[in-house]
Design a protein around this ligand. Structure first.
Ligand code: DGY
Length: 320
């Protein structure tokens, strides 16, 4: 049975036609700006809403939820949901949806793009051509690291970690993993310390939780090989950025490539941005047209289902 029209607040314009489907069924208040609504604005608009469609830049905490008496469903336009206090939502019988699967391959592609770019020093090479520094073919410049046949350590072998492993097999890499995930004969599960010590490339794919916050601290970075490269397309706070900067400046590890930082974006004067052997891109792991449009469709399907009182196609389960 169709639910009556409900009030929804959508915090960002989304790619593709999915929002039209929401407007056909419900009353939609759409935040039109490039920047997300400030917290106070989000709180004010959420207070009158029955459905919320948020992105990872919107903090939905217990204090905000306290003032949302009619809210029944929060649909997050992301697979990660660390921006939402899911326990506070569950305590108020508010269901939360997310958008897994449709962004897996895009994010795995980006992980490999960053891995290859860092290994083969692509940013420096591109800059040198732009700066007129390509004088001739030179035997000893821009020497990078071999990817084929190297060892890749995957922290978190979930959907995206597994998709990265599949790419690594194409490069004939040895794949180690730690943390969650089913694994298979082709990948070896090892403790984190061992993964750090044995990997040429380490890539982060675990969710941000209290247990993974700053998992990569000075000690963990100190276990990595001097030539190793760290890639993060998961969440910024999993890495202690000051420790990472220190490790890169001291040449303690070979390089890093970050799609995510803490905060996002880093302030313009953040020393991270001038750190050697570091690539930073603006959280674009899922940014293919097809992935972002499918995320929009799934986010709308989640919201519509929640407003109808049906099970969400992708509901975040809360451990009690
Ligand atoms: C997510 O979905 O959690 C990504 O970080 C953005 O697509």
């Amino acid at each position: 049975m169709r639910a009556p029209m409900a009030r929804c607040f959508v915090t960002r314009v989304l790619p593709g036609p999915a929002l039209d489907g929401l407007r056909d069924r419900h009353e939609v208040d759409l935040w039109p700006d490039r920047l997300p609504p400030p917290y106070e604005e989000l709180a004010a608009r959420a207070a009158g809403a029955e459905g919320l469609l948020t992105t990872l830049t919107d903090r939905v905490d217990a204090a905000l939820l306290e003032h949302c008496p009619d809210l029944r469903v929060i649909s997050n336009y992301a697979v990660g949901h660390d921006n939402i206090d899911v326990h506070a939502a569950a305590a108020r019988s508010i269901v939360v949806g997310n958008t897994p699967d449709v962004l897996t391959e895009a994010t795995a592609d980006m992980t490999f793009a960053l891995l290859l770019a860092a290994a083969r020093k692509l940013p420096e090479a591109v800059d040198s051509v732009r700066d007129g520094d390509w004088l001739t073919w030179e035997p000893g410049r821009y020497l990078g690291q071999a990817v084929a046949g190297a060892t890749l350590g995957i922290v978190g072998l979930g959907r995206i970690g597994s998709a990265v492993a599949r790419r690594a097999f194409g490069f004939n890499m040895t794949v180690l993993y730690t943390g969650g995930g089913p694994g298979s004969g082709a990948v070896r599960r090892v403790p984190l310390d061992r993964l750090l010590e044995e990997s040429d490339f380490v890539t982060v794919h675990c969710p941000l939780t209290a247990a993974t916050y700053r998992l990569f601290d000075a000690e963990a970075l100190g276990r990595m090989r001097p030539s190793a490269i760290l890639i993060n397309t998961a969440r910024g706070p999993i890495i202690d950025q000051e420790a990472l900067r220190d490790a890169l400046v001291a040449g303690q590890i070979g390089g890093a490539a970050l799609d995510v930082t803490d905060p996002e974006p880093p302030p313009p004067d953040d020393p991270l941005l001038s750190t050697p052997n570091l690539i930073v891109v603006p959280h674009i792991g899922s940014a293919t047209r097809v992935a972002r449009e499918q995320m929009a469709e799934l986010a709308v399907e989640n919201l519509l289902a929640g407003l109808d009182g049906r099970p969400l196609p992708h509901q975040v389960r809360v451990a009690v």
